[in-house]
Write a protein that binds this ligand. Structure first.
Ligand code: BG6
Length: 485
């Protein structure tokens, strides 16, 4: 019996994601000797191309979009693993042709595993899956079969449920890898280590000590050349339903008993289930939405569009650990800085013995987790200013990846996610019940335009003023430690 083989089939191989992220990630893994020699990559899309033309187009993309330039020698070795099969997703004939082609490439190597990566428009997920099923490409006859599905998974709760049902007609849940690339970020995974591999944080990580938690994912870029997609989708579908709720779940989850996929994912789903639900008519009390100035002039945007490019919201997690601790979430485009950070703001000390100062006069302790850029963790606490009596000042204790791990660079999220999918580790992928629960939470926000138009905010600002009022009503304000003020 010959050695086994694994084929990664990338549907949508001439698209942006394949060029910017997937192929560079696979190339990097190969260069790090982390991609088995028997893994090959088959690109599939509608264009007609030879293997060599495909290889060259991926090399060109590498020059344009990645830091992996001038590595022609390594590339030539890697490129031998690349193949191309033209395929129209809606045409079952093309899938039959692909099957033959794959069998030819696999020869008599066993097992012959296949990882299908759907890097295509969401409207094509269903036909792709149905055709994989109809042509037995998904059949686990000669090896395992897995499917990786990009976001957005569904457009709302109903469509996500329908898609899950259809996917399960062809693939068992354990064969399905729904991606949220935030989970592949080093600093996001470090949340688990910070919380569960240290003894000092977990005892205070609850409603007895924490005043509020803030999650900011600010982007300085605008919608640029994705305007047409973005105008349809908007900020809630693009960022909140997936990335922000994932971050919230990682921060709020209970410690899992083991690091396996089911234990981890079940704890995250528990958090989502505990989130207090809004009714559509009280959404505006808890969330505000913005649109950056000039958005309506972007090419591809409907000039009367009410699509939000920014959102800020207050959520509560109704369980023993978090009851009544507000979680403030915000994200937006065209903002002052690119920064993703999590702020855990602690309560003020119960009593201050220094002069006539009251505990509320001091800024409270803050643990801030900088997810990107400047990945690291800061702990802010009060310190005595030298030689000024009992004057106090907040100071930061800092850990930064750059200085602590000088010799190691932070990998791209897709490297790890692809590696995990190949190894059959689904911990960093989203289970069907998580997807549906997340849609349930944001559902009242999806029909927002019927309630009120978005607030305008200036490009390069921190979003609409109304987002500040949201916190001011609670006697609080937004805090940023890593990414500006
Ligand atoms: C994507 C969104 O999922 O995440 C984009 O569709 C957004 O709109 C991007 O820009 C942000 O990812 P990152 O890794 O740059 O924070």
């Amino acid at each position: 019996m010959s050695e086994g083989t694994t084929t990664i089939v990338i549907f949508g191989a001439s698209g942006d994601l394949a060029k910017r992220k997937l192929v560079p990630a696979l190339f990097t893994l190969a260069a790090k000797n982390r991609l088995d020699a028997n893994v090959r990559i088959v690109g599939a899309s509608r264009s007609t191309m030879s293997d060599d033309q495909f290889r060259e187009s991926m090399w060109d993309a590498l020059q344009e979009f990645s830091d992996l330039k001038n590595r022609r020698h390594d590339w030539d070795r890697f490129a031998r693993r690349l193949h191309y099969i033209p395929a129209d997703i809606s045409n079952p004939e093309h899938f039959l042709n692909m099957k033959e082609h794959l069998e030819e490439l696999e020869g008599d190597a066993r097992p012959a595993n296949r990882l299908f990566y759907l890097s295509i428009a969401p409207s094509l997920y269903l036909p792709a899956i149905l055709n994989l099923g109809a042509t037995d490409l998904a059949l686990e006859d000669t090896g395992w079969r897995r499917v990786v599905i990009e976001k957005p998974f569904g457009w709302n709760l109903e469509s996500a449920q329908a898609l899950n049902r259809e996917v399960h007609q062809v693939f068992k849940e354990e064969q399905v890898y729904r991606i949220d690339h935030y989970l592949g970020k080093e600093s996001v995974q470090n949340l688990l280590v910070l919380r569960f591999a240290n003894a000092i944080f977990e005892p205070v990580w609850n409603r007895n000590y924490v005043d509020n938690i803030q999650i900011t994912v600010a982007e300085s870029v605008d919608v640029a050349d994705r305007a047409a997609y973005y105008d349809e989708s908007g900020v809630v579908r693009d960022m909140v339903q997936n990335h922000l709720l994932q971050l919230l779940a990682m921060v709020a989850m209970e410690p899992p008993s083991a690091a396996d996929a089911e234990s981890l994912r079940s704890k995250k789903v528990d958090v989502l289930k505990a989130i207090r639900r809004w009714e559509t008519d009280n959404v505006s009390n808890h969330a505000i939405r913005g649109q950056y100035e000039g958005y309506l002039d972007e090419k591809g945007v409907d000039p009367g569009s009410l699509t939000g490019t920014y959102v800020a919201m207050r959520l509560y997690v109704d369980n023993w650990r978090w009851r009544d601790v507000p979680f403030y979430l915000r994200t937006g485009k065209a903002m002052a800085n690119k920064t993703s950070e999590i702020i855990v703001q602690f309560q003020s000390p119960p009593h201050l013995m220094f002069y006539d100062r009251k505990p509320d006069d001091l800024s409270p302790n803050v643990l801030s987790v900088c997810l990107q850029p400047n990945e690291g963790t800061h702990l802010r606490f009060q310190s005595k200013v030298p030689d000024q009596g009992m004057a106090m000042q907040p100071v930061d204790m800092e850990f930064s990846y750059e200085t602590a791990f000088r010799d190691q660079s932070i990998p791209e999220a897709y490297e790890l996610l692809l590696e995990d999918a190949l190894q059959g580790d689904a911990s960093l992928f989203i289970r069907s019940d998580h997807i549906e629960e997340a849609w349930r939470i944001v559902e009242p926000l999806l029909n927002w335009h019927e309630i009120r138009p978005p607030y305008q905010y200036d490009r390069g600002s921190w979003g609409p003023k109304a987002a500040d009022w949201l916190l001011a009503q609670d006697g609080r304000s937004w805090v940023l430690v890593c990414g500006g003020s």
